[in-house]
Write a protein that binds this ligand. Sequence first.
Ligand code: FMN
Length: 168
Amino acid sequence: MSYIWKDMSEADLAKTHEPKLHLLHFFDGQQRRLFTVDDEVAYPDGRMIVSRTDLNGIITHANQAFIDMSGYEREELIGAPQCILRHPDIPSEVFGDLWETIQSGKSWFGYVKNLRKDGRYYWVYASVNPNFRNGRVVAYTSIRRKPARSKINDTIAHIAALKCCGEA
Ligand SMILES: Cc1cc2nc3c(=O)[nH]c(=O)nc-3n(C[C@H](O)[C@H](O)[C@H](O)COP(=O)(O)O)c2cc1C
């Protein structure tokens, strides 16, 4: 059964900046009405955000750092698709590359801007790794670390170049 998206609630949003409304289209054809609040939450030093998903990207495990940084309760994350974190500023090509890489049994590394439940965002340096059992991929695990600011700036410039040239 596919996941039933709830629209983001305006009551949950951070009050720091004016929220912006988006309609985000996912790879599986579903769409979600969401709000972004242009306010970064700094990645805390020394923490690792860990999640595990099934082969369809449905979250099966979330550590405490994931819960704290995303702003969701554990019960809201388990059973939800990882794209609950998708921020509209990251072009879908990035995730196409991610899925192609992990489905071929390799690890993917990259800088990602993630959306919190309150509409604010946080940047991560993510690895996404296939988990093997008896030679077959049975799940995926992602580990996120604090990204260097210079790498975030490089990623923002790269995305802007993709968008300007009509590739994103
Ligand atoms: C283990 C794992 C971790 C992922 N972590 C993230 C993440 O932190 N943020 C994100 O936007 N997408 C993440 N993704 C990718 C999402 O599954 C999804 O592809 C992405 O949010 C874009 O949505 P779409 O593919 O439906 O367009 C992850 C996927 C896997 C398998």
